[in-house]
Design a binder for this molecule. Structure first.
Ligand SMILES: [Zn+2]
Length: 188
């Protein structure tokens, strides 16, 4: 389902949204990301899947060290639709580190959804690295249309992905199957 559309998205969205000008991201790729953290997120995703949840995982780093991690937990042991991997990872960050949120990076196996993108930004994170595009519910489409607060009072947002489509697209495909989303639903 990826292919041509995926490539165009990759070209369009791997980049930096300048502070105060969230119109169209520049095509500057930050080379300092540590993909070992994405591998860590993939491991968490697989563990979540074993527990009956969606194969999606996330870690949050500060100074290249993991300070938070979480896997999707929305289906088991009970249905709680807000328990996305990024939200679980945010909840595990030690509270005393929040003043340094702008220095943190969220590595996640899948492009964050609207809720997770908004929650990451509200917490003060400005750097998001994701493995696979989510052309169904990914939040990247709203980046050029962020509300005024984010345009005027936050720093530049680095939105880096998809950086590991080969490994993370199959996880996304399995999540779609688990949610019962059909092939035709995947196009937008
Ligand atoms: Zn989410």
């Amino acid at each position: 389902m990826v292919g041509r559309r995926d490539k165009s998205l990759q070209e369009a969205w791997v980049g930096i949204v300048p502070a105060g000008r969230n119109n169209c991201p520049a095509l500057a790729v930050n080379q300092n990301m540590n993909l070992d953290h994405l591998q860590h997120a993939i491991h968490i995703a697989l563990e979540a899947e074993k527990l009956g949840n969606l194969p999606i995982g996330a870690v949050i780093t500060l100074e290249d060290r993991v300070i938070g991690a979480g896997g999707n937990a929305m289906l088991a042991p009970v249905y709680r639709p807000g328990r996305h991997a990024e939200i679980e990872a945010l909840k595990s960050v030690p509270v005393e580190l929040w003043p340094r949120a702008s220095e943190m990076t969220c590595y996640t196996t899948l492009e964050p959804c609207l809720m997770c993108l908004g929650t990451l930004l509200i917490h003060g994170l400005r750097r998001i690295v994701f493995g696979a595009n989510d052309p169904v519910g990914g939040g990247g489409v709203v980046l050029p249309h962020l509300p005024r607060y984010f345009k005027e009072h936050t720093g530049a947002i680095e939105w880096l992905g998809p950086v590991a489509a080969e490994e993370c697209d199959p996880l996304f495909q399995r999540a779609l199957v688990r949610l019962g989303i059909s092939v035709t639903d995947r196009r937008r």
